[in-house]
Design a protein around this ligand. Structure first.
Ligand code: GDP
Length: 303
C-alpha cells in the first residue's frame, strides 16, 4: 500500500517516538506524560499543541481508567483522530467541483514546495476519473516553470496554456479560463508563481488572477489550494499564515510527507490554521498523491 510506504518515515519518526514511549510503558505516571509531551514537540505538533494535547491525554486516560499499554495506546490514537476531526467539524476534506461548467483550482505556495508536481499528479488522477483537464502555466516569472508544467502535460496527455516568459500571468489565466469555457473542460488547474522575495507583488498578482477567474466563470475558483512542504516543519506554518492573510485559501496540499519523520505537522496545520488538509504528497511519482484521511493517517503511525 502506497500510503503506508509513503508514511514510513513518519512512522519511524513521529510514530516511533510514541511507540518507543509505549513500549517502555510501565504505568501511568507524571514521567510518562512528560515524555509524551516531549515526543509530541519533537514531531512538529507545535509547542502549545503538544502541551495541551498531553494535558488532554492525561485527563482522558484518567477518565477512561486506562491502565495497560494497550488501553493507553488506544486512548492516544482515538484522541489524535478526534482532535483532528473535531477541529475540522465545519470543514470538509473533499475538493469542491462546480455543478455545471468548468471547475477552477488555483494552486499557490512558495517555490519548491511541489506545486507543479502536485498539479501533474492531480491532472492524472482526474483524467483517470474521466474528466477533461486543462492546465495553465501562470508562473511566467521563474525560468523553466512553464517547461516543467509542460513536461507533466505531455506525460499526462493534457493541454497546457502558456504565455511568454516574464509576460503577464493574468493574461495566461484569462486565456486558459476562456478555453476551459469554450472547449468544455471539466477542470482547470492554475500553477502560480511563488517568489516570496516580493510578497506584495505576488499577493497582488494572485488577487488579480482570482478576480479574472471569478469574472469569467461564476463561482470560480472553487478551490485555492495552498501547497506546503511537510519537511520544512514550522516554516510551512509561517508561509501558510502569510498566504492565508492575503488569499482565501480553501485547503492545504501537504507534500513530501514521505520525506519527514515529523508527521505531527498535520495536527499543527489543523490546530493553528483551521484549514483542512485535502491532499497529501507521498513521493515524486504520478501515483504518489492521496486524499487525506485523519483516521488512516494516525492509525498508520502506530502500525
Ligand atoms: P514548485 O516549485 O512548487 O512547483 O515545486 P516542484 O513541483 O517543482 O517540486 C520541487 C521538488 O519536490 C521536485 O524535485 C519534486 O519532485 C519534489 N516533490 C514534490 N512533491 C513531492 C512529494 O510528495 N514527495 C517527495 N519526496 N518529493 C516531492
Amino acid at each position: 500500500n502506497k500510503y503506508e510506504q509513503g508514511l514510513e518515515k513518519s512512522r519511524t519518526g513521529f510514530g516511533a517516538r510514541l511507540n518507543a514511549l509505549l513500549a517502555n510503558f510501565r504505568h501511568v505516571d507524571e514521567e510518562f506524560f512528560d515524555n509524551l509531551e516531549e515526543a509530541l514537540i519533537e514531531s512538529d505538533v507545535g509547542f502549545e499543541m503538544a502541551v495541551s494535547l498531553s494535558d488532554q491525554l492525561r485527563e482522558e486516560v484518567k477518565l477512561q481508567n486506562a491502565k495497560s499499554q494497550q488501553e493507553v495506546t488506544n486512548v492516544i490514537i482515538e484522541k489524535l483522530v478526534d482532535i483532528y476531526e473535531q477541529q475540522g467539524k465545519n470543514e470538509d476534506n473533499a475538493i469542491h467541483f462546480a455543478k455545471q461548467g468548468p471547475t477552477v483550482i488555483l494552486f499557490v505556495g512558495v517555490n519548491g514546495v511541489g506545486k507543479t508536481t502536485t498539479i501533474g499528479k492531480m491532472a492524472a488522477l482526474y483524467q483517470r476519473q474521466g474528466k477533461k483537464v486543462l492546465l495553465a502555466a501562470a508562473d511566467t516569472f521563474r525560468a523553466g516553470a512553464t517547461e516543467q508544467l509542460q513536461v507533466w502535460g505531455d506525460r499526462d496527455h493534457v493541454k497546457v496554456v502558456t504565455g511568454p516568459d516574464q509576460g503577464d500571468p493574468a493574461a495566461v489565466v484569462y486565456d486558459a479560463v476562456n478555453q476551459a469555457k469554450n472547449e468544455d473542460y471539466d477542470v482547470l488547474f492554475v500553477d502560480t508563481a511563488g517568489r516570496l522575495q516580493n510578497k506584495v507583488n505576488l499577493m497582488n498578482e494572485l488577487a488579480k488572477m482570482k478576480r479574472i477567474i471569478s469574472r469569467e466563470i461564476e463561482g470560480a475558483p472553487q478551490e485555492v489550494l495552498l501547497v506546503l512542504d511537510a519537511t520544512t516543519g514550522q516554516n510551512a506554518l509561517t508561509q501558510a499564515k502569510l498566504f492565508k492573510e492575503s488569499t482565501d485559501v480553501t485547503g492545504i496540499v501537504l507534500t513530501k510527507l514521505d520525506g519527514t519523520a515529523r508527521g505531527g505537522i498535520v495536527l499543527a496545520i489543523r490546530n493553528e490554521l483551521h484549514l483542512p488538509v485535502k491532499m497529501v504528497g507521498l513521493g515524486e511519482q504520478v501515483d504518489d498523491l492521496q486524499e487525506f484521511d485523519a483516521g488512516e493517517f494516525v492509525y498508520g503511525l502506530f502500525k
